[in-house]
Ligand binder design. Structure first.
Ligand code: URA
Length: 227
């Protein structure tokens, strides 16, 4: 919601009154003075003359992760995805699930530990949809093997049923409902193929859509509630 509307609703004042307070520099958002009435508010701590208005809410973010960024808060070798978010948003926020450094696409971040846990917990079986580019044309039997579940190297149980949809001979959409380490790359390695590019299109009902690479947006209330 816009900052002027947030202020008006939280204080019971008119928008004209709150805009004057903004111009006087009496409003801070996460500790920074903000004068722009159209700034979007989604869980930040908003203070008027030093008084906190409402409770800061948990934050839920969808990021279009570019290749070369690591899904962690700190790393010595690679830049971290948090560097793509504004600093005031980063406080307490963590990746809810991970993508490999060379994987692109939908990455969720939040400061709500329970929500993050639900997203990752095997019993909730949140689906993830990947676009996969392969080194070799897809063999005929792979869709059936993935639907039945296959044994990955080093695991004691087969993968859960996964759905494979062919786009071209070397591009497929794969939907899985678990998140083992390097799962997609290992599944294709297990059938003698090799993943050359991996891009996550969707997590549960949260779709990357046309969000540009490197950009982020807040999740809608419906998307948050869908997990
Ligand atoms: N599976 C992989 O192999 N890598 C990812 O980044 C995500 C799923």
């Amino acid at each position: 919601m816009r900052l002027d509307r947030f202020l008006a609703e939280a204080t019971g004042q008119t928008r004209t009154v709150v805009k004057k307070a903004l111009h006087r520099g009496e409003v801070t958002v996460d500790g920074e003075i903000v004068k722009k009435s159209d700034q979007q508010i989604n869980g930040q701590a908003v203070c008027l003359e030093g008084r906190l208005l409402g409770e800061p809410k948990a934050r839920y973010v969808l990021l279009h992760k570019p290749a070369g960024f690591i899904s962690a808060t700190q790393d010595d070798a690679h830049p971290c995805v948090l560097q793509l978010l504004p600093p005031e948003l980063c406080r307490g926020i963590q990746c809810a699930g991970r993508l490999d450094v060379d994987t692109t696409g939908a990455l969720l971040l939040t400061d709500d530990g329970q929500w993050s846990h639900r997203l990752r917990a095997p019993k909730h079986a949140c689906k993830k949809v990947y676009q996969v580019d392969l080194a070799e044309p897809l063999a005929m039997d792979v869709a059936t093997l993935f639907a039945e579940g296959i044994m990955l190297h080093g695991e004691d149980k087969p993968t859960l049923p996964a759905q494979l949809e062919t786009v071209t001979a070397t591009r497929v959409l794969l939907t899985i409902q678990e998140g083992k380490y390097h799962q997609v790359k290992r599944m294709f390695a297990a059938v003698g193929n090799f993943v050359v590019a991996l891009h996550r299109l969707q997590v549960a009902e949260i779709v990357l859509g046309d969000l540009p690479e490197g950009q982020w947006r807040y999740l809608t209330a419906e998307e948050v509630a869908s997990i």
